[in-house]
Design a protein around this ligand. Structure first.
Ligand code: ASP
Length: 342
């Protein structure tokens, strides 16, 4: 199984699919680059591997692949920004946000959900088995239980100890306003003391069905009740099956301010290639941000299978898996270097 890290510019990595003459209307007629899956950060490679076991089947369904892919990261206690093993909020409670969209553009999400290992799977049930789109907190937990999800403790001993250490140093801290919190945390690159990340995944299955999901424990030590961009349609995720899909990671307060994933998809609709579309969203985040230390990264997967990514700052990676080149990690182009980088 190919599994290698490359440092190619994404535009080069994804050059196989022609951009010229692409339009949403023509996409169904043009030969698709599929199946293909992209996901955020270096843990995206493991997520892609899991998703690929479904995508490589002719009838593998895109959301089955995505649920399996992000589920691997949700269940990994060594990843401290998603699911079990995620950092808790300021009160020491792990709360989770997740969202899915399918090949019809249908959306389901949960926010501030506690004690459920696979929030993206619950988000999918919200989409399919409820008349609603977004359920939060205790209502989301009650729905999950009714759907057969068993509550469990998601706070690992390691993260409990980290929270206690933080609490001791910050006995009265309420990490608000958010932009002040940005300064307190190194949010700029994978190399720093990472306090938040999202596994965002976009995929196109062999039948041409497009979908996406994102799932996260949000920002570390966040104010109880805080919800990030991830479960908000158009911010953390957006799928328009006629055009393409996009997802986001980074400082949620900055991403939701510009509805970042919607920006990406709309830019593709108007003819930008996936990388340029992600760049447009990154520029908007930077322009509207109150802090010069904000990181946000965007992934895009166009309906013809062409992928792209862009970060506000250096350090953002896209994991991409397709038949032609296997699974690899690609450094996203960016607007500005992260502090201390290069
Ligand atoms: N966007 C997520 C949030 O704000 C965190 C991240 O992806 O870094 O909750």
């Amino acid at each position: 199984m190919p599994n290698r890290r490359t440092f190619l510019k994404l535009s080069a990595a994804s050059a196989a699919a022609p951009l010229l003459n692409w339009s949403p209307a023509a996409s169904s007629a043009s030969p698709a680059r599929r199946p293909v899956v992209v996901s955020t950060w270096n843990f995206g490679e493991a997520a892609n591997e899991a998703a690929w076991t479904v995508l490589q089947q002719d009838d593998g369904y895109v959301l089955d692949a995505i649920e399996k892919g992000v589920g691997r990261i949700e269940a990994d206690p060594e990843i401290h920004t998603v699911g079990r093993g995620g950092r808790p909020d300021a009160s020491g409670t792990v709360t989770l946000d997740a969202c899915v969209m399918d090949e019809h553009g249908r959306y389901g999400a949960v926010a501030a959900l506690e004690r459920i290992l696979h929030p993206a799977a619950v988000a999918r049930r919200v989409k399919d088995d409820s008349p609603h789109s977004l359920l939060v907190a205790d209502g989301a937990l009650r729905f999950a239980r009714a759907q057969g999800f068993e509550p469990q403790d998601l706070l690992t001993d390691e993260m409990d100890a980290a929270w206690r250490e933080w609490k001791e140093k910050n006995p009265d801290a309420v990490p608000d306003p958010p932009e002040a919190n940005v300064e307190a945390q190194d949010t700029t690159s994978r190399g720093g003391a990472e306090n938040h990340d999202t596994i965002g995944m976009l995929a196109l299955d062999a039948q041409g069905r497009l979908g996406g999901a994102c799932t996260t424990s949000g920002t570390a030590w966040k104010q109880p009740g805080r919800v990030g961009d991830s479960p908000l349609v158009g911010s953390g995720l957006f799928v328009d099956p006629d055009v393409g899909a996009a997802c986001a990671t980074g400082w949620g307060e900055a991403i939701m301010r510009v509805a970042g994933s919607h920006v990406v998809v709309e830019a593709m609709r108007h003819g930008k290639d996936p990388e340029a579309a992600c760049r447009e969203a990154a520029e908007r985040v930077q322009k509207r941000s109150d802090s010069d230390n904000v990181q946000a990264g965007f992934l895009a997967l166009r309906a013809d299978g062409q992928a792209g990514a862009y970060g506000v700052r250096s350090g953002f990676d896209m994991a991409i898996y397709d038949e032609a080149e296997g699974n690899r990690l690609v450094s996203a182009p960016y607007l500005v270097p992260s502090a201390g980088a290069e």
